[in-house]
Design a protein around this ligand. Structure first.
Ligand code: ARG
Length: 588
């Protein structure tokens, strides 16, 4: 279905033409004075310059030509030359009935679906998930769902951090604790036995211990670096250990992400890209892009228009070791080869922006991608505590994601039990569902690039711009529908009728924006636009609900049309929260 604004623009364009003016001036936008009108067109002001006439004269003529249009209700020319409009109530309700009939509620599906890869999550193997990884998971998941809804082929890749010094540290620590393991035998050639030589809780304790030791003990650190080097250069026993670490770690990560309702199509990692490095580096050398500077192999990526310094891209260190940059470049090679994406979106902390500027430029310069391949860095800001500093535990440590979610769920449970009696089990289930909405909405309602304050109290509140508020609204609608059906009537049999009150019309106007919001959210990778929209929609619904005796009226025709309106409102809200990655309970 066409977007409402386009339909209205087309109608105004006819009037411009009829009045003798160019149609290009007929762009209609949402009113920024909702107290005066619903839509406006400021084209007469611009046209005035071309036609050397007072804008109000043009506006008057256009308004004149609009008389009798079935699309508009009131139309007015206002000094100095605005055209203020209200849409015809009948026309609006027809539009909503069209949405209702359409499986996609008026959203067009991409005509030429693209293959889009999304790199998000980015957890580091063997380290527990902490709040720093929360944003990438939440935003990436939402961007993935939005792109999929738009009709594209989307591949989500977790891109594990499984190739750094942390691996060498774990191996070194394991070696101190269990020197008898076969994997430490230098001549180890075998495959690895299925049983891992450690559990996840051991693993989670080993890494911080090793990391702490390496900071105090130079020799220990040397050993860890040596182990990393040997691992990366094919030592079989260490590679077997790496597989064990990966298996144990990934099982645990999957459980954690499942709790967040975040999932990935690919569980690949930095280590998968390593085989592509030698060839890639050779080509960069042969192409004359890579050269040795200060013993390291680099590629220049600065451009004349740079306003800040963009250092060369470092491919190999003097000892031949590869870096984060090398791995990301090789991952691009791998992705192009295996999936041939039209676009790769990286959902990563914005403090890594320079890294991605270098990687993208280098990939283009060296021809790792085609001219058409889009590489997009979706950098997000920091999640801060109430003190405005990066979110920490009470004693100042890094907050583990599991504990953070636990805190939220406990707070939510308390609130739910205070508000209405519910069985223990049901209350806990509900707290989980609503708690997730609190975390995700609290995050996604901010523009991704901005920092925000993680405020448990505010996020879990059922009032204001929060996830629980949206869910309350949906639950309210469900409850009205349930009562309606309990009275023996069937919901959805009536047509949505022309708005009978201001609040009913306001709700209808909000609903009609759905396709346009979804389009923008996709084009701009902006889940926060969906949040802003459903907040407005929920407010419009609640106002309508408070002013309308939906179940108590004896106007049956009005009632069945309102019920249809509720059904559509629920569908739009539920589709939107699905895009944000959470769902609504039956009751709360
Ligand atoms: N593992 C990285 C970190 O924790 C994030 C990975 C982001 N993705 C990428 N392709 N570099 O910082």
């Amino acid at each position: 279905m066409k977007k409402m604004l386009d339909l209205l623009s087309a109608e105004v364009a006819k009037a411009f033409a009829e009045a003798g003016y160019d149609e290009k001036y007929a762009r209609v936008s949402l009113s920024n004075r909702p107290d005066l009108c619903e839509y406006q067109c400021n084209g007469a002001m611009v046209a005035a310059k071309e036609y050397h006439k007072a804008p109000i004269m043009i506006a008057n003529a256009v308004v004149e030509a609009m008389q009798g249009s079935e699309v508009f209700g009131e139309v007015q020319a206002v000094n100095p030359g605005f055209i203020n409009m209200k849409v015809n109530n009948e026309y609006l309700s027809q539009y909503l009935n069209g949405m209702e009939k359409d499986e996609r509620m008026g959203c067009e599906k991409a005509e030429n679906p693209k293959t889009i890869m999304i790199d998000y999550g980015g957890p580091n193997v063997a380290k527990p998930l902490h709040v720093g990884h929360l944003r990438s998971a939440i935003i990436g998941e939402s961007v993935k769902r939005i792109a999929r809804f738009a009709g594209h082929k989307v591949i989500g890749d977790v891109h594990l951090g499984d190739w750094g010094l942390q691996m060498g540290l774990i191996i070194t620590e394991l070696r101190e604790r269990k020197p008898e393991l076969v994997y430490f035998d230098e001549a180890y050639e075998g495959e690895y036995p299925a049983e891992a030589p450690f559990t996840i809780s051991e693993l989670e304790e080993i890494y911080p211990t090793a990391s702490g030791k390496s900071k105090q003990d130079e020799a220990y650190k040397e050993a860890a670096m040596q182990a990393t080097y040997e691992l990366q250069h094919g030592r079989r026993g260490y590679q077997a250990l790496l597989k064990h670490i990966l298996n144990v770690s990934v099982t645990d990560l999957k459980r954690n992400y499942a709790n967040l309702k975040v999932d990935f199509d690919l569980w690949k990692g930095e280590s998968d890209a390593q085989p592509y490095i030698p060839d890639m580096v050779q080509k960069m050398k042969d192409g004359g892009y890579a050269y040795v500077s200060d013993n390291a192999l680099v590629v220049d990526v600065k451009e004349d228009t740079d306003t800040k310094e963009v250092p060369p891209c470092m491919l190999l260190k003097s000892d031949g070791a590869s870096l984060y940059t090398t791995t990301d470049l090789a991952t691009i090679v791998e992705r192009m080869k295996l999936y041939n994406p039209d676009e790769i979106i990286y959902v990563v902390d914005k403090r890594q922006e320079m890294h991605f500027i270098q990687v993208f430029r280098c990939a283009r310069k060296c021809g790792l991608v085609t001219d058409k391949t889009k590489l997009k860095f979706l950098g997000f800001g920091t999640m801060n505590g109430k003190d405005g500093k990066p979110f920490k535990t009470r004693d100042g440590g890094v907050m583990r994601l599991e504990y953070l979610l636990k805190d939220i769920n406990e707070e939510m449970l308390k609130k739910i039990q205070e508000s209405r009696p519910m069985e223990e089990k049901e209350a806990e289930e509900t707290a989980k569902i609503v708690g997730l909405s609190a975390v995700k909405y609290g995050d996604l309602s901010n523009q991704a690039s901005k920092d925000y304050i993680f405020d448990v109290e505010r996020f879990t509140s059922s009032e204001g711009n929060t996830g629980p508020y949206i869910l309350y609204t949906i639950v309210r609608i469900k409850s009205i529908l349930r009562k309606y059906e309990e009275s023996g009537k069937k919901a959805g049999e009536g047509k949505i009728g022309a708005g009978r009150s201001d609040s009913e019309k306001a709700l209808q106007l909000e609903l009609s924006k759905f396709n346009s919001v979804m389009e923008t959210a996709f084009e701009e990778c902006a889940p926060h636009k969906i949040c802003a929209y459903i907040y407005d929609l929920a407010n419009a619904f609640n106002k309508f609900y408070h002013e309308t005796k939906i179940l108590a009226t004896d106007d049956m025709e009005a009632q069945s049309s309102w019920i249809s309106l509720l059904l559509l409102t629920r569908r739009v809200l539920e589709t939107c929260i699905d895009m944000l990655g959470f769902e609504a309970p039956e009751k709360m």
